[in-house]
Design a protein around this ligand. Structure first.
Ligand code: SF4
Length: 370
């Protein structure tokens, strides 16, 4: 019942962050970052597990000190997903986490220091098959670039990124991905568009410091939506001033909306009005919570009356069209003789949805992903 998406992905090289492929048509990986103290191993591992349980493919952990690097060793041993170490400036930390099995280094080679240090980090990455993420941020451009452009512009962000890219090129290191994040949607979007034309490596998307849960989700959806719809982007992180688990949910919701990658139930629900024959909002909220554990992609339509109910139900795996006392019930687009009692919708729908998920899993219908 899934509609295809018409998006043509930008061709790119492929890298691997642990066992997660990035680029060259691989499913767009959804990432988040821990916000615990990295030296608090138990709290960080707990958060990584929560992110992974929500579907996070990769987790980034800040490693600002050598103590944090020692904690990272223990965290890595307990992580169910690949880990990226976020490192600024100190090349010794990069070498340490490489030794401890990090899956990707987020470090800008131009900020490491002299040639010898850069070579040491790049050689360690090469020897161990660890990719690097170059991460440029509109808020922290190099002074010369700021002076040259006067303010962060797309050309300024891309010039900054290309400085780091050129260093890796010179050292013949090609296993990297790049981000050019900004908190302004247009600045970020234009920067990524420019960068996409200049390199063949995969791109890590993000609107940095996007804001709180609602406003940040909207801003990220607009920015990343524009890029993803053009085929730009191979992995993403939504930056929210909120629980990292919410970042994963918003990331999947964006991919789901564009039919790029689906995970779990895609609810099609009407906003409800005085025609509704049952409590649409309450029913959808309850089902969303109860069915969070489902990973199989599936469309479910919950519509308050017959104005739009039958039409939406016909293109969903499970559908409900509100009617007096007992609502119309649809499976795989077909109206069923059985009608569902409006007083007990959540339990009944949960049962039917889980049964259909089981069938889909048994049939092993392949999940279509761009
Ligand atoms: S589908 Fe029916 S209940 Fe839902 S918003 Fe439209 S008219 Fe109202």
């Amino acid at each position: 019942m899934m509609h295809e998406n018409p998006i043509k992905r930008r061709p790119s090289r492929r890298i691997y962050v642990g066992n997660v492929p990035i680029g060259d048509g691989a499913p767009i990986a959804v990432q988040s970052m821990t916000n615990t103290e990295t030296t608090d191993v138990a709290a960080t591992v707990k958060q990584i597990h929560a992110i992974a349980a929500a579907g996070g493919d990769i987790v980034r952990v800040s490693v600002p000190t050598m103590d944090a690097a020692e904690a990272f060793k223990l965290i890595k041993q307990q992580s169910p997903v690949p880990l990226v170490a976020d490192i600024h400036f100190d090349y010794r930390i990069a070498l340490k986490v490489a030794e401890y099995g990090v899956d990707c280094l987020r470090i800008n080679p131009g900020n490491i220091g002299n040639e010898q240090r850069i070579r040491a980090v790049v050689d360690a990455a090469r020897d161990r098959g660890i990719p690097i993420r170059i991460g440029v941020n509109g808020g922290s451009l190099e002074r010369e670039i700021q002076e040259k452009y006067g303010e962060p512009t797309p050309a300024a962000l891309v010039e900054s990124a290309m400085r780091h890219v050129d260093i890796l090129d010179r050292l013949d290191f090609q296993d990297f991905k790049v981000s050019v994040k900004a908190s302004d949607v247009f600045l970020a979007v234009e920067s990524y568009r420019l960068l996409a034309k200049q390199i063949e490596q995969p791109l890590h998307l993000g609107i940095t410091e996007a804001g709180g849960l609602r406003s940040g989700a909207v801003k990220s959806s607009i920015g990343l939506g524009m890029l993803l719809a053009e085929g730009i982007g191979d992995t993403l992180r939504i930056s929210l001033a909120a629980d990292p688990v919410e970042e994963i949910k918003v990331g999947f919701d964006i991919l789901k909306s564009l039919r790029i990658r689906s995970r779990g139930i895609n609810f099609i629900a009407c906003p409800s009005c005085s025609r509704q024959e049952f409590d649409v909002i309450g029913t959808v909220n309850a089902l969303e919570q109860r069915l969070e554990d489902i990973v199989t992609p599936m469309d479910v339509s919950i519509i308050g009356c017959v104005v739009n109910g039958p039409g939406e139900a016909m293109v969903a795996e499970v559908g409900l069209a509100g009617a007096k006392n007992k609502s119309g019930f649809y499976l795989q687009g077909e109206r069923q003789k059985e009608r569902l009692d409006n007083n007990d919708l959540v339990d009944q729908l949960e049962r039917h949805i889980r049964a259909r998920v089981k069938q889909l899993e048994a049939e092993q219908i392949p999940v279509k992903q761009a």
